[in-house]
Design a binder for this molecule. Structure first.
Ligand SMILES: Nc1ncnc2c1ncn2[C@@H]1O[C@H](COP(=O)(O)OP(=O)(O)O)[C@@H](O)[C@H]1O
Ligand SMILES: [Mg+2]
Length: 373
């Protein structure tokens, strides 16, 4: 049983998942009709949650199918990719971990499976290592394993842009070729680095050129979010006033994780009445807890870069960072130094370039910079 219904990590079940009905339907429709999908959004908007929700529903509707979620976030090479991918594939396709160990030699040549206990669930699971350092061969084996299973497989490769950073330059082409020939699997490629993914899927020079439908997700609709949130407070016998929710939603522009964080705190707070001042106290609590992290983040940058962060935080969103007025108002130095600071901060994902302008990516950090507490 979960005590707090506002999850700030992972996916639990439809009860704790707000809306996304249209997105779920669109994804499901695309995959079931043979269209692979590229899914993008800023970090913490809800891509991973949406994928896990979709997979949960698919599993209910098609119990015989397999859903395979692969998180590539921490992978840095083809060897990492192969390990993570093969582990996910084996764990999902083989329901009996003991059997896979027994038949390992014949089923997945080149992969060395070991049985471990999942620390969270206590259930046995397989992790694989690569024998002989032949990743190409091992990866090929994993794909053949999918093919031989004969099951309809739904496979998500999350934070897919990572593969463009691997030292091996052939991974993209290899995957494209393999995926194209795999007729029992449907793929979602998702990630937060939209420009990188767009380049991978929309540039004629790249192997994945026009091979998927591109889809991006934005914030959850405010009314749907409010209904979802209010329901949980009602179960507590508390009322979440619509205006209070509205101001939270507006303040974070509906950015999912930030709303979840505030709702989570409100829910945990024993105060009966939910009003703006309680919201403020909850947010302050979050900022205080992260203060050490924010300070060290600031210290990791030069004075000029930190100044630019503060300037952007104060403005909220800035259309033209090199505009004379912006530079004057915030006493920044030359255009050239703003430009080079910007490049670094964008690369590090401290600053995000939204359609309406540049902003601090982590909205709580932005708030902290503004408050200067
Ligand atoms: N539809 C939703 N309803 C409730 N919580 C959600 C929903 N989508 C995402 N979340 C929560 O928001 C946070 C960020 O979502 P996540 O899917 O990890 O974002 P992303 O993958 O885009 O970075 C997670 O803690 C998740 O639990
Ligand atoms: Mg994610």
């Amino acid at each position: 049983m979960i005590k707090n219904p506002f999850l700030v990590a992972g996916y639990e079940s439809p009860r704790y998942f707000c809306d996304r009905k249209k997105e779920t339907e669109e994804l499901s429709n695309a995959l079931r009709n043979g269209r692979n999908v590229t899914l993008t959004s800023p970090r913490r908007m809800g891509k991973t949650g949406l994928i896990l929700h979709l997979f949960h529903l698919i599993k209910e509707e098609e119990p015989k199918s397999a859903v395979i979620y692969v998180d590539l976030y921490s992978t840095e090479s083809l060897a990492d990719f192969t390990k993570v991918f093969a582990s996910a594939v084996i764990n999902q396709l083989e329901s009996n971990p003991m059997r896979i160990l027994k038949t390992a030699a014949s089923v997945v040549k080149g992969l060395r499976p070991t049985l471990t206990m999942d620390e969270l669930t206590g259930k046995p699971k397989i992790s694989v290592d690569i024998t002989g350092g032949d990743e190409d061969y091992s990866l090929e084996q994993a794909f053949q394993y999918i093919q031989r299973s004969g099951k309809t497989c739904y496979i998500a490769m999350d934070e897919f842009q990572q593969i463009a950073n691997y030292p091996e330059t052939t991974v993209e082409a290899f995957l494209r070729g393999r995926i194209q020939n795999l007729h029992n699997a449907h793929f979602i490629f998702s990630g937060s680095q939209e420009h990188m993914l767009r380049e991978m899927f929309l540039s004629p020079k790249r192997p994945f050129y026009l091979s998927t439908s591109l889809k991006s997700i934005g914030p959850i609709d405010e009314d749907d979010y409010f209904a979802f949130a209010r329901g949980f407070f009602e179960e507590q016998g508390r009322d979440l006033p619509q205006e209070v929710f509205h101001r939270v939603y507006q303040n974070y522009e509906g950015h999912t994780w930030f709303i979840q964080m505030v709702m989570n705190r409100l829910y945990a707070n024993p105060a009966r009445v939910i009003d703006d001042s309680l919201v403020q106290r909850c947010v302050l609590e979050i900022l205080k807890e992260n203060e050490y992290y924010y300070q060290s983040l600031l210290r990791a940058y030069s004075k000029g870069q930190a100044k630019l962060m503060r300037a952007i935080a104060r403005e909220g969103k800035v259309k033209e960072l090199t505009a004379g007025s912006f530079i004057m108002n915030h006493k920044l130095t030359a255009v050239s130094s703003v430009k080079s600071a910007l490049t670094r901060l964008l690369d590090d994902e401290v600053i995000y370039r939204a359609d309406e302008g540049y902003m601090i990516y982590d909205r709580f950090f932005g708030e902290w910079l503004r408050k200067d507490i």
